[in-house]
Design a protein. Sequence first.
Length: 388
Amino acid sequence: MQNGGTDWWPMFHHDLTHLGYSTSTAPKTNQTLWNYTTTDKVDYSSPAVANGIVYIGSNDAKVYAINATTGSLVWNYTTLGEAILSSPAVANGVVYIGASDSNVYALNASTGAKVWNYTTTGYDVQSSPTIAANVVYIGCDSGEIYALNAATGAKLWNFTTGAAVYSSPAMYGGLVYVGSDDHKIYALNASTGMKKWTYTTNNNVFSSPAVANGMIFVGSEDRSVYALNATTGTKVWNYVTGSIVDSSPAIVNNVVYVGSNDGNVYALNETTGTKVWNYTVGSAVASSPAVADNLVYVGVENMKIYAFNASAGTLEWSFKTGGLLESSPAVANGIVYVGSEDYRVYAFGQVPAVPEFVFYLILPLFTVATLGITLVVKRKQINIGLNP
């Protein structure tokens, strides 16, 4: 989503199709620009970045707005629940997010003031919202998928699956794609909520679908990554990993990037599902990869964030935080943002170099100051000699 020439990251996995890709430049260094400390873990909530502000939820039940450049707090909003695992989405000056108090919230993006809240049927809302054409699409632990008017919060429709919906809806071609813990992936009419097709896997679908080139890509806790025809739901291929796949795929340049709890990050051929490369991190990867500037960023439960070369799968850098990383990175304006269970939100980027002309401006001042200190020292030495 372009805004004033900057590729912001306004919702979970960047855009309506959940491609997880940004045209932004991206840091090739693990330099920390800043970190901001909340009062509890930043668990599955992942950053959204829009108009110079980072939005994220925390297990302290608060939504935070943080200056994207300085890391200073802009505002926070306290919900009535115990935690926020949902990731925010930002559209038209409003932040949308689910909470464990059974509500979906709409907050003013500049001030944090509540615009509206919609109360579901008494269950947590851990799914992350997607906003399209003034409609908020979001899942609920009750098994419902809701479509809400983005301006008022009024319910437009709901669809009932057979189990909790943690997956975040993706949008393409007038259809809403979402997974459910009833082992199914759904394609629903975005206007009416009518089911177009379902595909049944062999376990829960926590992963959020991504849409590219007429196909749906999604992970399942049956250890597989699936590619389905977006129109019919027919399976094109599946790739079997060594453990559950809760990570949501990113798709860039005909390559699917995804993590698995088998301790690997995978790059798969989008057309055939064959493995291009994998990198073994040795710990579960529930975080969803973000791709920018030919780098793949992903959090891992060994407390590290990793950056891999997208083409070769080689490690560019890593950084160890103080807690598990299940939050998914966001990349915007040359900076990578991610939450950690050490209560912090991190910003990684290249520290700006001091321009050469500034050096030459400062050098004479430094020289004069040094000379002054030297003269003072020498004078004191002379005085000491004259006045023993």
